[in-house]
Design a protein around this ligand. Sequence first.
Ligand SMILES: Nc1ncnc2c1ncn2[C@@H]1O[C@H](COP(=O)(O)OP(=O)(O)OP(=O)(O)O)[C@@H](O)[C@H]1O
Ligand SMILES: [Mg+2]
Length: 165
Amino acid sequence: MPILDAHTFEFFSKSPEQTRRLGIRLGALLRSGDLICLQGELGAGKTTFVQGAARGWGALDEVSSPTFVLVNAYRRPDGAQFSHFDAYRVESLGEAEELDLDALMEHGPLFIEWPERVEPVLPVERLWAWLEYDSEEHRSMRFVACGIRYERLLDALRQTIYGAD
Ligand SMILES: Nc1ncnc2c1ncn2[C@@H]1O[C@H](COP(=O)(O)OP(=O)(O)OP(=O)(O)O)[C@@H](O)[C@H]1O
Ligand SMILES: [Mg+2]
């Protein structure tokens, strides 16, 4: 897998299971305050990735696509909370601001689908991923770290996947 630079990590997934497994690896590394933005078209695999991440983080419940609410929260036995915000149906930045994303991040990691729709209200430090549909079962995923915390996170992710580099 090519490593473009210290801030970037690319992954090619050949199945939903593989996308979920990558999510599990990342999820296990996350802590409160972490923000993961997942950009990609309908069916790119964003929710599939979040399902793995919540499992790796230790969530008790399965992740589903948020349908009636913008934010779903999943709990862990220690009381921490994993938040999953689907910005697809957000109608204004004000609506996104009212969700108080900072408060959500105090209790655990936050994942956002369609983050480009609410980008102006997001912290500048974050991990941003682009997911692309290549073919029926193939997806390209490109992660870019903004901020030292996320560079370290990508390093740790690389190490869990490929060993020390
Ligand atoms: N390699 C892959 N990685 C992830 N999903 C895949 C892959 N190959 C096929 N799929 C399928 O593509 C679909 C991805 O759906 P998913 O709900 O994760 O997309 P999404 O990006 O969240 O879409 P939306 O914008 O509608 O929320 C699933 O049906 C999944 O099984
Ligand atoms: Mg989705």
